[in-house]
Design a protein around this ligand. Sequence first.
Ligand code: AMP
Ligand code: MG
Length: 411
Amino acid sequence: MIDFEEAREIVIKNVNELDRIEVRLVEALNYVLAEDIYSSLNLPPFDNSAMDGFACRFEDTKGASESNPIKLKIIDSEPAGKVSQRKVSSGTALKIMTGAPLPEGANSVVPVEFTQEEGDEVKVFKELKEGENIRLAGEDVKSGELVLRKGTKIRPIEIGLLAALGQSKVQVFRKPVVAIITTGDELVGLEEALTPGKIRNSNSYLLWSLILEVGAKPLDLGVVPDEIGKIKEKVRKALQEADIVLTTGGVSVGEYDLVKEAIEEIGAEMKFWKVAQKPAKPLAFFTYQEKFLFGLPGNPGAVFIAFEEYVRPSILKMMGRKDIFRPEIEVVLNEDIKKKPGRLNFARVFVQKKGETFYASLSGHQGSGVLKSFSQANGIALIPKDKSLVKKGEVVKVQLLSQELFSLKEN
Ligand code: AMP
Ligand code: MG
């Protein structure tokens, strides 16, 4: 049995970035950039007005106020997208809309709220500063600037930024296809009758959505009975279609735990089996050519932990991400946690911030088969392998599952 840290290192060392593909910008969401993006233009591309109003010379507005307006002659009107050929000189103003190019000669814009139009003149009720209400060319992005680095996850904000830069296509890392094979004679589907001794197959659904959420492509290959021939057949099929194969169940030491044997008989190389952790002790990891197989335990809580700790970072690395692990913080325990020494425990906790300190409480039943307590957790506390008791008030590390933690109100 190996330790968690070593097991995870073996996994991460073995997986690599997948190949690069080019995608259209509209399809790029949740991919990871496989190229540095330099801007070929200034953003904004030209000096322009930040307001609807009048472009003028700030020197002309000196002393202007509500009771002492100054008058300027309107020489032209410029909507967004049009360029006026007129030049603003002392004593004149050009009517301008937000985003329209600043006319030559102007050095400020008075917003329409501080003006009153009278025929071909405008009264200005406010003194302006030089450059007021003007957006300068390149104030956002300068031509030639490195805007986005290779390895950046493309979120909606990056899509918007890339569009502004005129990138209709981008180079990204391919998303892995992740096959799910569920084993167990006791499993029934959601629409089937739950006869004695049977349980619902929740793992397929859990894994499907975990894979989707991390940004990869799930491929559900269904439920296989506990028969070695059938398992081998399914795993072979999975290896043809997927980059990663996940099996659930059948990797323990029971009589019907045939998955490990099946995968090895296919010719995959087992890198480890059994990790000193709870849940997910019987986790197995294999490589096959450039592909990876994880023999996940059957218990849903163990499936979740094994995915979080091993599969998720692997997928992220294959997708080109640099930040592949959950952020970790130190928290103060609100209660004693007892355990048997010898295995690292992943405890489901609810973390709350009080003042400057984070506090964690167990979020419910910690059994390997239990999912509900994960639903009520926003973090996974790492209870060290060799401890048998961590006391209330002691500090432990927590992996944050939910960004929503940061928006929790202090109380
Ligand atoms: P196993 O590792 O195959 O012995 O399974 C361990 C436990 O997980 C047993 O209680 C199984 O009934 C349960 N289990 C296995 N597969 C699933 C699944 N797909 N969905 C829900 N529970 C499962
Ligand atoms: Mg089983």
